[in-house]
Write a protein that binds this ligand. Structure first.
Ligand code: F6P
Length: 342
């Protein structure tokens, strides 16, 4: 078989580990051939490819980012996009695609499957918000980066008796904020799943100062105050209709400074959470996903996504996998609340 591989959406640590596993097993065990598509769905749409063999995947296991490049191109938003993809795949002699991406990239994969394209999906996102898989790779790395930042911020916050607000990624789901906040001993954690009362947060901050320690507030970029307008960096939408977020941390720090009379500063971790080398957990998960994805392609089991259930890698229909976003359940948030303000 001649198999195309692409990575779409926001990059995340572990993408290269998947590519390596797919290609290594695909060639050495099954004797397949590979074509790398550049920049997500832009590759098949515009027929932009790169060589992808054993030599090209040597040494990429620990490398962050993706050797194939990524984009948020949505072929369904482009006139004749799907027809272009189909004709490019036919011209290049591609029998099947491995699409590595989050809900948007895999949503496209699910629709293309219905239109007769042979696709197997691999879930990725630092947000960990894809239904049907217990974890996505990239999440563990992002959480560790955020945790290390929080650890460092504790000491400087205490030296200066100030509040530090740490804004982490997470548009609709607060998994990074919850896990990094718990692991880093944050004093307040704010998630997109639950609107927060800024006066209550100020109360937690004051209480923490009374213990002679300084408060660390972890806020997900998609968190919103009660009755508030979502704080938007700008109103631009990407091809999948997502707004660019950013700004809630700064807004919150200003509010807390005003309400508590104590200096408050913001640290926005941003894309640092997506860069650099993956943790061991993410390397292993990404590698296992890659190995199982190429098995699915070899067996002709298309329209499926590989997923982690417990410790096993299973296959689920792409449509099912992309149907629902996995948000933080209320009881998980309640568990963390015991530490707020203390
Ligand atoms: O989906 C992954 C993610 O990192 C989100 O946490 C974040 O909201 C978004 O991508 C940022 O996207 P971009 O890098 O395109 O601004």
């Amino acid at each position: 078989m001649r198999i195309g591989v692409l990575t779409g959406g926001g990059d995340c640590p572990g993408l290269n580990a998947v590519i390596r596993a797919v290609v290594r097993k695909g060639i050495s065990t099954y004797g397949h051939e590979f074509v790398g598509f550049r920049d997500g769905w832009r590759g098949p749409l515009e027929g932009v490819t790169r060589e992808l063999g054993i030599a090209q995947v040597r040494g990429i296991l620990p490398r962050g980012g993706t050797i194939l490049g990524s984009s948020r191109t949505n072929p369904f938003k482009i006139d004749g996009g799907v027809e272009k993809i189909k004709s490019n795949l036919a011209d290049l002699g591609i029998d099947a695609l491995v699409a590595i991406g989050g809900e948007d990239t895999l949503g496209v994969a699910a629709k293309l499957t219905d239109l007769g394209v042979n696709v197997v999906g691999v879930p990725k996102t630092i947000d960990n918000d894809l239904g049907a898989t217990d974890y996505t790779f990239g999440f563990d790395t992002a959480v560790n980066i955020a945790m290390e930042a929080i650890d460092r911020l504790h000491t400087t916050a205490e030296s200066h008796h100030r509040t530090l607000v740490v804004e982490v990624m997470g548009r609709h789901a607060g998994w990074i904020a919850l896990h990094a906040g718990l692991a880093g001993g944050a004093n307040v954690i704010l998630l997109p799943e639950r609107q927060f009362d800024v006066d209550q947060v100020a109360g937690y901050v004051e209480k923490r100062f009374q213990t002679q320690y300084s408060p660390i507030v972890v806020v997900a970029e998609g968190a919103q105050p009660l009755d508030g307008q979502m704080v938007l960096h700008n109103q631009e939408l990407d091809a999948f209709g997502h707004v660019r977020l950013g700004g809630i941390g700064q807004w919150l720090a200003e509010q807390l400074e005003e309400k508590t009379g104590k200096e408050a500063r913001t640290v926005v971790l941003g894309h640092i959470q997506r860069g650099g080398t993956p943790t061991a957990f993410d390397r292993v998960l990404a590698t296992r996903f890659g190995l199982h994805a190429i098995d699915a392609v070899h067996e002709g089991d298309f329209g499926k996504m590989v997923a982690l259930q417990g410790v096993d890698i299973i296959r689920v229909p792409l449509v099912e996998a992309t149907r629902e976003l996995k948000t933080v359940p209320v009881e998980r948030y309640t568990e963390a609340e015991v530490f707020f303000g203390s």
